[in-house]
Design a protein around this ligand. Structure first.
Ligand code: MIC
Ligand code: SF4
Length: 626
């Protein structure tokens, strides 16, 4: 029944380095001895900047843990987790749980692929169920065919225009209809990838002849099964998208849901173009870019960075001569990693206009606070790189380069380290920056707190826990905690820590759709470390709400959204029967003693989740159960 909590078995897991260290530290803290999934892969793709010893130590820790517990290790340089997983491991009809919000990329190959916090992934690796709200299912009926220069990115930007970035919690999207057959697997994956920006749990395509061709070209035809929805399936909503009617689009600053037509932006000067990320860096994407750039030069006012999504893509571009076309155009060729997408390089100039083929343009996420980031297809990005302005690619004086999918991809799995009995004796290597996961106390009987910070709508986990230069502290919670809300309110962490020392609790007050974006559980873990006991918001996004529960922070919702205005930052808040009210469930009365007003809050947690928060989080809960 939609809305009820269900537990599902997980066949495959993936982690990446930035969330992975904490996931494996938690796996160890739960006393797990080996993995129970069919396949678990640990990718190193996010933080490869390696200024200082921290990242290199993290990589070595991950490699040693993988060897010891029977996990496949994808070495740095092998590519971005979602792109590589699609190429080498994704299997139609299986479940995949990943400690990264873009894990739903796997829906492009017919997997039920879901993003989650690292602790949930650790539990799944150990054979535990993954709990989620049984979803509502929307069917997207695709008809027609994309016109030249219009792409899968434009399909998903159109979807974002229709569904927006909020209000879709607890929804799964199934793509169907006659238009599906015209889309290649990587194009389908571009669409399912950005379901994360809508806040849906997962998006899925059928597994058809095209899926079979892709798997065969990857030497994995045996992984194929035919999958399609039952003809009499019923849906909570049906959305029709006529592919023929679409045109090139962009998400404009500062949300993936702010959609405009490229024709509305034509002529605007561009400072930077970045092509890559798990959304748009497949072989087909980059060969198309190479064909557009061939024989031309990057405009003098533009800096163009290109990061191929995987070593497979990079190697094929090199062997087939396309890499030379990119280099000759003046593009800056970057490693096959997340790179600029996670602020590891290429922050734009002050107030710079940056066109990116990525999936998120949250304010400040590029590393430059006042940068204006636009999200587009590779075609629009390449056109802007040569003209120096937003250009409708349909106006370029060339035919659309229709790139065929290769009959055979270049398969080379030599940069994976596969599990082997001899490796099971590996000693785990822990650098000095790697600490044990912090332990929380059980939920206090009474909440006596300050509204330590009040934020608005659509606060992302990037706002809560910045990445970029702070990323190297992911394995060191005491240090990373100093940067909670760094770019929103730089003194928050200090104030929260002071309250904690004085025996006062902290509460975060927020508007709608709190916790959008990244799955980073540090956005719950570090506030927990600072003594945050509850977040009171108008609404929450799925992964973040689950992470709050996992770390013993209560996600409370305003029963009446207008009461948001009845709390100011600094107000004293109390719930006299905090713990027992949470244990019981139902309505909760919070008293704002500063204003002398009682605020009614609701708690939409299952009984299992209420027990977890009462215990102070999932680690305590699991250890209690023995
Ligand atoms: C992102 O795109 O925001 C990230 C970086 O991939 C995150 C994971 C992280 O914060 O490490 C995500 O999407 O979950
Ligand atoms: Fe990496 Fe960016 Fe994809 Fe996140 S969205 S996995 S940072 S490429």
């Amino acid at each position: 029944m939609a809305g009820e909590e269900v537990g599902i078995r997980i066949d495959q897991t993936l982690t990446q380095d930035a969330t992975g260290t904490m996931a494996y530290l938690q796996f160890e803290a739960m006393g797990m001895k080996e993995i129970k999934t069919d396949l678990s892969v640990s990718y190193v793709d996010h933080n490869t900047i390696q200024v200082g010893f921290e990242n290199a130590d993290d990589h070595r820790y991950l490699q040693s843990v993988a060897a010891r517990y029977g996990i496949v290790f994808s070495r740095p340089g092998n590519g971005i987790c979602h792109q590589v997983h699609l190429e080498r491991f994704g299997k139609p009809g299986t479940t995949l749980l990943g400690s990264d919000s873009h894990t739903p990329t796997g829906g492009g190959i017919g997997q039920i692929a879901i993003g989650a916090g690292g602790l949930d992934v650790a539990v799944a690796m150990g054979g535990g169920l993954f709990y989620l709200t049984a979803p509502k299912v929307y069917k997207v009926n695709l008809t027609g065919e994309l016109k030249p220069w219009v792409t899968a990115k434009d399909v998903v930007l159109k979807m974002l225009e229709m569904l927006s970035t909020k209000g879709n919690v607890g929804v799964m999207i199934e793509y169907a209809g006659p238009g599906v057959a015209s889309l290649t697997v990587p194009e389908r994956a571009t669409i399912t990838n950005m379901g994360a920006e809508m806040g849906v749990t997962a998006s899925i395509f059928p597994s058809d002849e095209e899926t079979k061709r892709f798997l065969a070209a990857q030497g994995r035809e045996k992984d194929w099964v035919a999958l399609a929805a039952d003809v009499d399936a019923t849906y909570d909503r049906v959305i029709d998208v006529d592919l023929t009617s679409l045109e090139p689009l962009a998400a404009v600053p500062h949300s993936p849901g702010n959609i405009k037509k490229i024709t509305e932006l034509s002529g605007m000067k561009v400072d930077q173009v970045c092509i890559g990320s798990c959304t748009n860096s497949s072989y087909k994407d980059l060969v198309t870019v190479a064909k557009i750039l061939k024989g031309k030069k990057v405009a003098p006012n533009v800096s163009l960075g290109i990061a191929p999504g995987s070593r497979q893509v990079m190697s094929m571009l090199a062997h087939e001569g396309y890499l030379a076309d990119l280099i000759d155009s003046g593009a800056r060729i970057l490693e096959s990693t997340c790179g600029f997408c996670i602020v590891n390089s290429l922050s734009p100039k002050t107030a710079g206009v940056s066109i990116r083929t990525i999936n998120r343009n949250f304010e400040g996420r590029s590393g430059t606070k006042d940068a204006q980031v636009y999200l587009t297809s590779c075609e629009v990005a390449a056109a802007a790189a040569i003209t120096g302005t937003f250009t409708d690619p349909r106006t370029l004086t060339m035919d659309y380069p229709r790139v065929q999918m290769p009959r055979n991809f270049a398969i080379d799995d030599s940069m994976f380290i596969f599990p082997a009995p001899a490796l099971r004796e590996t000693a785990i290597e822990r650098g000095p920056n790697i600490g044990a996961p912090p332990v929380n106390d059980a939920l206090p009987a009474k909440l006596a707190a300050e509204a330590t910070i009040k934020v608005g709508d659509k606060v992302t986990t990037d706002h809560i826990m910045p990445a970029g230069p702070r990323l190297k502290y992911r394995s060191n919670v005491p240090t990373y905690s100093k940067y909670v809300f760094e770019n929103v309110d730089a003194t928050f962490s200090e104030r929260a820590a002071k309250n904690k020392t004085a025996g006062r609790h902290n509460v975060i007050v927020a508007g709608e759709s709190y916790g959008q974006g990244s799955s980073r559980e540090h956005a719950a873990l570090c506030p927990m470390y600072l003594g945050v006991k509850a977040v009171l918001a108008k609404s929450f996004e799925r992964i973040h709400a689950a992470n709050l529960v996992n770390f013993g922070i209560v996600p409370l919702t305003f029963a009446n959204a207008a009461d948001y205005d009845a709390i100011d930052q600094g107000d004293v808040l109390e719930i006299s029967d905090f713990r027992s009210a949470i244990e019981k469930g139902g309505a909760i009365a919070l008293v704002n003693t500063t204003k002398g007003k009682t605020i009614s809050c609701t708690l939409s947690l299952s009984e299992r989740q209420r027990k977890i928060v009462a215990a102070g989080g999932l680690l305590n809960f699991t250890n209690q159960k023995g």
